[in-house]
Design a protein. Structure first.
Length: 261
């Protein structure tokens, strides 16, 4: 059995950063494995531990820098990894969910996995559409926002609990091959061991271009037109000084606001 896990590298800006046109300089950014994808990867590894003969392959779309992130998955237990990129992708401002799905589908057609796990969304774009779009591209069954997974590999059926709106949960069976988007909290992602980190450096990490995958990129659907720091409004009073001085200032403020014992 083969499980393909889609993972993404996401960037988080420091508390203090500078915007230069349409970019934030890398020195203000921290790159890491997308949180939702981390849970999807852990779920795949746990399936292998439970079932035995399961190959876990991770795939990402990103520049060479992303290899450091994708090797986190190899260090945690993925067997091998694939990175998709070329100069044409690098020239795009943003990758829309449809383009991502087409590229990931190209990998899936080569790999022929029994199951594809994807995070519900990415922490940067948060569209929550790539996994479902991938299922549509491949013609696979799918289930979104899965928070519990029981897999019957012999019958080729995944029994899943999925979150619906209003706190409602749905229990449904999905026939393989299928795409499942994984919600945070489904498991407890492991930390990479020192041994795993060393082994990750020698595990296969292949680089594929869209052309090699038979994917022809269309006109960009999304473009970045502006970048600005969100405005924040707050009514916060900050007290400076020691505990006694701060307590006195707080008491005065409460009296001013009509809160008086």
């Amino acid at each position: 059995m083969k499980v393909l896990v889609t993972v993404a590298e996401v960037a988080e800006a420091d508390d203090e950063f500078e915007i230069d046109g349409l970019t934030i300089d890398d020195r203000y950014l921290t790159f890491d494995l997308n949180e939702w994808d981390n849970y999807a990867l852990e779920e795949a590894i746990q399936l292998r531990e439970a079932l035995g003969e399961v190959e876990v392959v991770s795939v990402t779309i990103g520049p060479e820098r992303a290899e450091e992130t994708i090797r986190q998955g190899l260090a945690k237990g993925a067997d091998r990894a694939i990175r998709v990129w070329d100069d044409e992708l690098a020239a795009l401002d943003l990758l829309d969910s449809g383009t991502k799905a087409s590229l990931l589908a190209g990998v899936a057609r080569e790999e022929e996995p029994d199951l594809i796990l994807s995070g519900v969304q990415s922490a940067d774009g948060a569209f929550g559409a790539t996994g479902v779009a991938l299922a549509a591209e491949l013609g696979y069954q799918w289930a979104a926002v899965v928070n519990q997974l029981d897999l019957d590999a012999d019958d080729g059926v995944a029994s899943v609990h999925r979150e619906l709106e209003g706190g409602v949960e749905e229990l449904t069976d999905v026939e393989l091959p299928a795409v499942l988007t994984i919600q945070t909290g489904i498991n407890e992602p492991r930390y990479a061991s020192l041994r795993g980190i060393r082994q990750a450096q020698t595990k296969p990490l292949d680089v594929k271009t869209p052309e090699e995958l038979g994917v022809e990129l269309g006109e960009p659907v999304l473009s970045l037109t502006s970048l600005a720091e969100p405005e924040t409004e707050s009514d916060v009073t900050y007290f400076e000084g020691g505990a006694d001085e701060s307590a006195t200032q707080l008491a005065e403020l409460l009296r001013e606001r009509g809160v008086d014992a």
